[in-house]
Design a protein around this ligand. Structure first.
Ligand SMILES: C[S@@+](CC[C@H](N)C(=O)[O-])C[C@H]1O[C@@H](n2cnc3c(N)ncnc32)[C@H](O)[C@@H]1O
Ligand code: SF4
Ligand code: SF4
Length: 369
């Protein structure tokens, strides 16, 4: 099958280095770098979940998640990645070209797959984003990093490094992920290093059957690694396989209540994709949790302010809960126009949002204004 011009197959990225930024760091599109967040050392560091927790503009693409590649060195049975291991990746040059055509962006997330397989491409995209004042986040399993790579990401201005972390014990980790035990030690070491750096380090744990009664331990273990931000991601059913680990709503609520009751006072917590029915009994509890200022239930911004771009050019509403393709850049579709033109799949998603008929039925607490 012919590979579209903007794609490259799983080969070395050498020779594909491209940087549209000018030598002085200014972007080549003539835009002045803007500062979306308080800069650290003159660089735009990330405010984790800034879009989800901040004020929203209606249907303006301020966030883009880029599945730079869906190739991965792990095989998690919960994995929601679109077209996992399709052997494609998008070059930094191509990504930067796409970003130049998205003037309202304030945040770029690189996720996949394990995008750090393509470390040089990630670094180059981060450098470009920093030069343009865009916040950046990389989602990783943490296995392919080391001190030197972390230092270079820090120097490039990476805002947030988001690690998956679901086990506190090296044996349990190894058994679940079918990885050597020493991999767990390496990931923990990487986490310790990044927690001491200027990169905002966030650990994410998924609520599912395997973590239902260990999340409190995970939470305190994470604190011991020097991390102060813990995202608790509700497990999302995956249509493409028979993952049967998603908990019913009452058990999800019980997990959240236990976590909050036992929370470490230094930790900030983010409960993502939790269905909060405004007429239900959990709603007033959530309202009271918000009072602390350290417990957040971020809004869902997918399809309103954020889209997901896959390495083959497909644009999805949400890779996790609503992996519907609403256009392809290979067909000449432009990202910005997708939110304003609203293809039928997006209209359907928006109309059925917050009803129980949508494939992602999750009602997040604070809806975009
Ligand atoms: C697809 S992974 C890609 C980044 C990286 N490879 C990793 O695992 O962290 C992005 C995030 O999605 C989360 N995730 C994957 N499948 C999920 C599911 N079924 N439900 C909830 N979260 C899921 C992972 O925990 C991870 O934080
Ligand atoms: S490490 Fe991430 S991308 Fe890889 S299989 Fe696991 S969840 Fe999927
Ligand atoms: S669409 Fe659903 S799964 Fe995706 S971020 Fe929103 S609430 Fe979460």
């Amino acid at each position: 099958m012919a590979v579209p011009q903007n794609l490259v197959q799983l080969t070395s990225s050498k020779g594909l280095q491209a940087n549209n930024a000018q030598p002085n760091g200014a972007p080549s599109n003539g835009l002045q770098p803007k500062r979306g967040v308080a800069p650290a050392n003159g660089k735009p560091r990330a405010e984790f979940k800034s879009l989800e927790l901040g004020r929203k503009e209606e249907f303006v693409l301020t966030g883009l998640e880029i599945g730079l590649s869906s190739n991965c060195n792990f095989r998690c049975d919960y994995c929601c990645a679109y077209n996992l291991n399709d052997k494609l990746f998008m070059t930094a040059e191509r990504i930067i070209g796409i970003l130049e055509d998205a003037p309202h962006l304030t945040r770029v997330k690189l996720s996949g797959g394990e995008v750090l397989i393509y470390y040089d491409e990630c670094l180059e995209v981060v450098e470009y984003c920093t030069s343009r004042g865009l916040q950046t986040q990389i989602n990783t399993n943490g296995s392919l990093l080391n001190e030197e790579k972390l230092e270079r990401l820090e120097a490039a201005g990476l805002g947030c490094l988001h690690y998956s972390f679901n086990f506190t014990d090296r044996k349990e980790f190894a058994a679940y992920y079918k990885q050597p035990e020493k991999m767990f030690d390496r990931i923990e070491e990487n986490i310790r290093i990044s927690a001491k750096s200027e990169i905002d380090t966030v650990l994410e744990s998924v609520i599912f059957k395997s973590t239902e009664f260990s999340l409190n331990d995970i939470h305190h273990h994470i604190h011991g690694l020097g991390v102060r931000k813990h995202e608790i991601q509700n497990g999302i059913p995956i249509a493409k396989n028979d993952w049967e680990e998603v908990l019913p709503q009452d058990r999800v609520e019980a997990v959240i209540e236990r976590l909050i009751q036992n929370r470490h006072p230094d930790m900030t917590m983010y409960f993502s994709c939790v269905d909060v029915d405004p007429c239900g009994t959990f709603y007033p509890k959530v309202m009271s949790y918000l009072q602390s200022g350290q417990i957040h239930f971020p809004s869902c911004v997918e399809g309103r302010n954020q889209l997901h771009l896959h390495s083959n050019g497909d644009v999805l509403i949400c890779e996790l809960g609503h992996p519907k393709v609403i256009g392809s850049l290979v067909d000449g579709v432009r990202l910005n126009e997708l939110l304003t033109n609203k293809p039928q799949e997006l209209v359907d998603f928006l109309e059925r949002r917050n009803t129980d008929k949508c494939s992602c039925t999750i009602r997040t607490l604070v809806q975009p204004q």
